[in-house]
Design a protein around this ligand. Structure first.
Ligand code: SAM
Ligand code: SF4
Length: 479
């Protein structure tokens, strides 16, 4: 396979599993492949490079990847040129072992090696044939891929809402979590680079950015510790938010994720004060029981967490809140679980992400065993989801009749009747645009066909009157 010398277009197919971090890494992969004339395709059969960008936070995500590899294997039989690779956290976790387990796999590379992808492909095309590159960079050696707006695909406009990584890795070692092993130590992106990236994305058409890190509140701490920092100004996360807020043309800023232990007063003060900062905060609690939080090594108590929520709500009464919760952590009793339910009912989050505990290799919690049996985990998960369904329903109904600001992102994937995009000739077609409130709720707005194609609303802040609330989205009309 020839690389940069050959200017003919070639296709890359990427399947992304897991969190926003991986979604953003996929964009960076596309960015480093663009100079090699790779174009994204949805059709794996058309591709000369197929990558699975994987997640290993829970066991099921890993199983999904293995079965997907099995489905893709026959394509290798018909196409000698096809390069099949695994990126992301499973790649990092398994390393060269994955090449042994999957004999038809050509390439395995961890999240730290995205910038080197062109040279990794050259090695696969050369004498090495099968390559694994998964050494984690130490803090000093780590280089961020400075994000560029990706070229618009098929005439679609630039994305209205973009992710910007502000740091990689995690220095917390929650006992259940594999992330510190797959993403390494915390490294903060220099603030000038963050602001440059945001400015470029806005110039290209973005109106909203979500700043990404495993624990954004510790942004800058590693820079302060480094010797160069003695001569440079290193902002805290709250100060970084203020710098991003000042980028001309930017309408909205979000961030994820915060660790409750580090969610401190100068960040709380930003809500209601910074024009662009949306009234939405994802603050993962993980459990409502102090003894489980201690076993998880989360370094806060339920009372500390309640205190943060009270401060946030006092600062910003309209704040929407979401959380992550794990059921069935080793040793979780019925009483511990009831405490989690109690906390969920008390805080009344707008939405939650709930997970059954999944033992992960290398983590401290592995030594505690997997003591809660599957049926109990299942029952507890159902109870959490049922409770939240009622709370979320009430929150969603609260929007009906109100006018809200919606940033229109593009066409909704479904028509107003929930049908696919085929419209009967005799029907009066009505399409939907999709956007989000500042509180991160999806709003669908039916518009006439002409309006849809004119795309004049995309990227606009619209005032929408909410007429109907469904479980996960709102419906309304332009005011
Ligand atoms: N850094 C974020 C934080 O501290 O909240 C979360 C990152 S993690 C990728 C996302 C969520 O996955 C966690 O908040 C946790 O609820 C869940 N998670 C992580 N490890 C898990 C495990 N072993 N089993 C079940 N859920 C897990
Ligand atoms: Fe995992 Fe804890 Fe780090 Fe979040 S803070 S990524 S849960 S170790």
């Amino acid at each position: 396979m020839q690389l940069s010398a050959n200017k003919t277009k070639r296709y890359v197919h990427i399947q992304t599993f897991g969190c926003q971090m991986n979604v953003n890494d996929t964009d960076r992969i596309l960015q480093v492949l663009a100079p090699l004339d790779y174009v994204m395709t949805d059709d794996p059969a058309q591709a000369s490079l197929i990558l699975l960008n994987t997640c290993s936070v829970r066991d099921r995500a890993e199983q999904k990847m293995m079965s997907q590899l099995g489905r893709l294997a026959p394509l290798k039989e018909h196409n000698d040129e096809l390069v099949l690779g695994v990126a992301g956290c499973v790649a990092q976790q398994e390393g060269a072992e994955l090449l042994k387990k999957v004999p038809y796999l050509d390439l395995v590379f961890g999240p730290d090696h995205i910038a080197e992808l062109p040279s990794l492909l050259a090695r696969v095309a050369g004498s090495e044939k099968r390559v694994a590159e998964t050494e984690l960079y130490k803090r000093k050696g780590y280089q961020f891929v400075e994000a560029e707006p990706l070229p618009a695909v098929d005439g679609h406009a630039q994305k209205v809402s973009e992710f910007v990584t502000i740091m990689k890795g995690c220095d917390k070692v929650c006992t259940y979590c594999i992330v510190p092993f797959t993403r390494g130590r915390e490294v903060s992106k220099p603030h000038e680079m963050v602001v440059r990236e945001v400015s470029r994305l806005v110039e290209a058409g973005a109106r909203e950015v979500t700043l990404l890190g495993q624990n954004v509140n510790s942004y800058g701490k590693d820079l302060v510790e480094s010797s160069e920092a003695r001569f440079a100004r290193v902002p805290t996360f709250a100060q970084l938010l203020r710098e991003v807020d000042a980028v001309p043309g930017l309408e909205r800023v979000r961030f994820t994720t915060s660790h409750p232990m580090d969610a401190i007063d100068d960040l709380i003060a930003c809500f209601g004060e910074l024009r662009t900062l949306c009234e939405y905060f994802h603050l993962p609690v993980q459990s409502g029981s102090d003894s489980i939080l201690e076993a998880m090594r989360r370094f806060y108590t339920v009372a500390d967490y309640r205190d943060k929520i009270a401060k946030l709500r006092a600062q910003c009464p309209d704040l929407a809140l979401s959380t992550d919760i794990i059921v069935g952590f080793p040793g979780e009793t019925e009483a511990d679980f009831e405490d989690s339910l109690k906390l969920l009912a008390e805080v009344a989050y707008d939405s939650i992400y709930a997970f059954k505990y999944s033992p992960r290799p290398g983590t401290k919690a592995l030594a505690l065993g997997d003591t809660v049996d599957e049926a109990d985990k299942e029952r507890r998960l159902d109870a959490v989801l049922k409770l939240q369904k009622d709370i979320s329903r009430k929150k969603m109904l609260g929007y009906v009749g109100k006018q809200v600001e919606v940033l229109i992102e593009g066409p909704s994937t479904r028509t107003s009747k929930g049908q696919s995009s085929v419209v009967p000739l005799d029907a009066k077609p009505s399409f939907q645009l999709m956007g989000r409130t500042r509180t991160n709720v999806i709003v669908n707005v039916p518009v006439p066909l002409g309006d849809f194609w004119s795309k004049r609303w995309v990227g606009q802040l619209a005032t929408v009157v909410i007429e109907e609330a469904k479980a996960n989205s709102l419906f309304g009309r332009f005011a």
